[in-house]
Design a protein. Structure first.
Length: 112
């Protein structure tokens, strides 16, 4: 009877140890996954921020070009100008391509 109790206690102890080890491994995995997601998010945000700055420069350059071609009052040479639709579409397409490039770079980094 004593042997049976000790055997049962040993089995329960082993089961508890396995469950605790599994819980610890799961916690570390979930923590690691969350950290990686935060890092990915930060990389995407930095890339998009850089691309947004490039977009602003392209827009300002287009505005400056527009100044030379505009009649009085259409453009004032500032980055806040209203570009004609066809020029705005080109600059906006550059931004879209740059954002897609950011996402592709992040995805490529995940595959490594």
């Amino acid at each position: 009877m004593l042997v049976a109790r000790m055997d049962k206690w040993l089995k329960v102890s082993i089961l508890v140890a396995v469950l605790l080890a599994g819980a610890g491994a799961f916690y570390r995995y979930s923590e690691s996954t969350a950290r990686q997601a935060d890092e990915r998010r930060a990389i995407v945000e930095e890339c998009q921020k850089a691309e947004r700055m490039a977009f602003d420069v392209h827009w300002a350059a287009a505005c400056m070009t527009q100044v030379g071609q505009a009649s009085q009052g259409q453009a004032d040479g500032h980055a806040e100008c209203d570009l004609p639709d066809e020029k705005a579409a080109v600059v906006n397409a550059w931004l879209d391509q740059a954002e897609q490039r950011c996402m592709a770079e992040v995805r490529a980094g995940l595959d490594r």
